[in-house]
Design a protein around this ligand. Structure first.
Ligand code: FES
Length: 156
């Protein structure tokens, strides 16, 4: 197994891993998304504060996982903070990887958690508001279902 230092991480990954942005718990979040990778057991929780006009005014995250998962969570929160919900829903794991100047190929799957966590948090917001979440299955990516019970035709 490769050690952390043996992998070629970009400076941005190292920076976000060493000093992650927006870490913590948000007690009064309007949407909370928690996703996990069934294979490695890593877990990511994303908290969103959302204004009346559906702007993400604050974001916090907790990631119990690898360095890549922490770095991708950190940069994903930067990428959606201050943005409309509609824009946050278009965030892809590829965009997150690009923003980090790349990830080692074997760690690209870690970035999927960030995309899923954002979408799961938005889905939770819609659920709390009693609104339909019309992005079915976006939160159910590789590695299986995110575990959320948003309106997704592939859910039980
Ligand atoms: Fe599990 Fe990176 S190894 S998310």
């Amino acid at each position: 197994m490769l050690s952390f230092m043996a992998m070629e991480y970009s400076e941005k990954v190292m920076e976000h891993f060493a000093h992650p942005h927006n870490v913590g718990v948000m007690e009064d979040a309007d949407g909370v998304g928690e996703v996990g990778n069934a294979k490695c057991g890593d877990i990511m929780r994303m908290y969103l504060k959302i204004s009346e006009d559906e702007i993400i005014t604050d974001v916090k995250f907790q990631t119990f996982g690898c360095a890549s998962a922490i770095a991708t969570s950190s940069i994903a929160t930067d990428m959606i903070k201050g943005k409309p919900l509609s824009e946050a829903l278009t965030l892809t794991n590829q965009a997150v990887v690009e923003a980090l100047d790349g990830l080692p190929a074997v760690k690209v799957h870690c970035s999927v958690l960030a995309e899923q966590a954002v979408k799961a948090a938005v889905a939770d917001y819609y659920k709390r508001k009693g609104l339909p979440y019309d992005h079915p299955c976006d939160a159910c990516g590789e590695g299986g279902c995110c575990g959320h019970d948003h309106d997704c035709q592939d859910h039980d």
